[in-house]
Design a protein around this ligand. Structure first.
Ligand code: ATP
Ligand code: MG
Length: 362
């Protein structure tokens, strides 16, 4: 097998330059979050493909709560149509929506400050797709590296029209409800670039209607699941917020480790052991290296005991709130029904501006 070619030096320096530029812009947004939070609007969300887990808690939910507490109006989309970008149906989708609502409320999302809504309840977002789709070529859509990576990760060989146009749907979601800040990891930047490109092209064609959103880069760690691959709703490897303390203990006891008895924090060479140390650290606030040193030659058994105790203690108040919310039954969805009214009013106002800019007033 030929070894993969190293990236062309010019290309990698271009990638590095654009990464630095993205970081610089993100730092400016972070400054605005501190100085003028009310002038911004965050758009963020999840696909209802299963209950949320520790990866979400440390990767995105914590950040969401901090933005909310900083006073930034926050729109949280439950992207139900995006579920069928990479799977064949909408199996158990209502249950997943309820789970996500309970998870978010349990971690501290406050419906008085943040708006939770479902994509399918806001048809105006889909109508925005028509002008947007006219502004981008198939070749440009096919070049998007994130779509390709997502298709590969889901084991999809034939990319559907919905998956191919995923970044355009995302643009409609963001711009439709007036999102100006989108918290993303580096890998999601190409999607947001499509939104910014569509804003430029729409403005050229029809005049100013939209503010181009900015990325707020998060330094969130990637949490691995008990099998050593990325913790994921759909891989059966997740410690879910809704699990009980006993279920959590059983899962962590089964987590993959390695044969070296001495515990160290070395994410490159010892990803599984280091992941347990990292999870412990995220729960307790103690430095990963200090945790590893304290366990020393105690082995994986001692590490797992510590991780179980840390996770269960950290999640105890969240889980208690979550149990109360789950006991409410379908009434917990009232938060989304209310959110849908707010989001729909915003999307209708956007669509009115768009049809007017396009001269479609008869
Ligand atoms: P699915 O299996 O359906 O793809 P998932 O568990 O990968 O689900 P997503 O809804 O794809 O979850 O992820 C939403 C966001 O949550 C991501 O963009 C990322 O910010 C965060 N996230 C998800 N999993 C992790 C993880 N293991 N570690 C850190 N952050 C994560
Ligand atoms: Mg995913």
């Amino acid at each position: 097998m030929p070894s993969p070619e190293p990236p062309h030096p010019e290309l990698s320096s271009t990638v590095e330059r654009s990464r630095l530029e993205a970081q610089r812009r993100s730092d400016l947004v972070a400054e605005r979050v501190r100085t003028e939070p009310a002038s911004l609007c965050v758009l963020t969300g999840d696909r209802p493909t299963g209950p949320l887990h520790l990866g979400h808690l440390f990767g995105s939910l914590g950040n969401r709560v901090r933005l909310q507490q900083a006073g930034v109006p926050t729109m949280i989309i439950i992207a139900d149509y995006q579920v069928i970008t990479d799977r064949a149906g909408t199996d158990r989708i209502a249950e997943h929506v309820r789970d996500i609502v309970c998870d978010q409320l349990a971690v501290g999302i406050d419906p008085a400050k943040s708006t939770m809504f479902t994509h399918s309840a806001i048809p105006e977002l889909n109508q925005l797709l028509l002008p947007f789709l006219s502004l981008i070529s198939i070749a440009e859509l096919q070049r998007n590296p994130t779509v390709k990576a997502e298709a590969a990760a889901a084991g999809i060989s034939a990319i559907s029209g919905l998956l191919l146009t995923y970044p355009v749907h995302q643009a409609a979601d963001i711009l439709g409800v007036g999102g100006t800040v989108v918290p993303v990891g580096l890998d999601q930047l190409p999607h947001l670039e499509v939104t910014r490109l569509l804003v430029r092209r729409f403005t050229e064609a029809y005049g100013p209607c939209f503010t181009a959103p900015e990325a707020l880069l998060s330094e969130a760690p990637v949490v691995l699941g008990i099998d050593g691959t990325k913790m994921s709703k759909s891989r059966g490897n997740a410690i879910e917020l809704r699990h009980t303390a006993d279920e959590t203990a059983a899962l962590i006891r089964r987590a993959r480790t390695d044969s070296d008895r001495r515990i160290t924090y070395d994410p490159q060479r010892r990803p599984e052991v280091s992941n347990l140390v990292l999870i412990t650290s995220l729960c307790t606030g103690e430095e990963p290296r200090a945790i590893a040193e304290r366990i020393g030659d105690g082995g994986a058994g001692a590490l797992k005991q510590l991780t179980i105790a840390a996770v269960n203690e950290h999640l105890a108040p969240i889980r208690a709130r979550r149990r109360e919310l789950a006991a409410v039954g379908d009434d917990v969805l009232q938060v989304v029904r209310d959110g849908n009214v707010v989001a729909r009013a915003r999307a209708t106002a956007t669509l009115d501006r768009v049809t007017e800019a396009m001269g479609m007033i008869y």
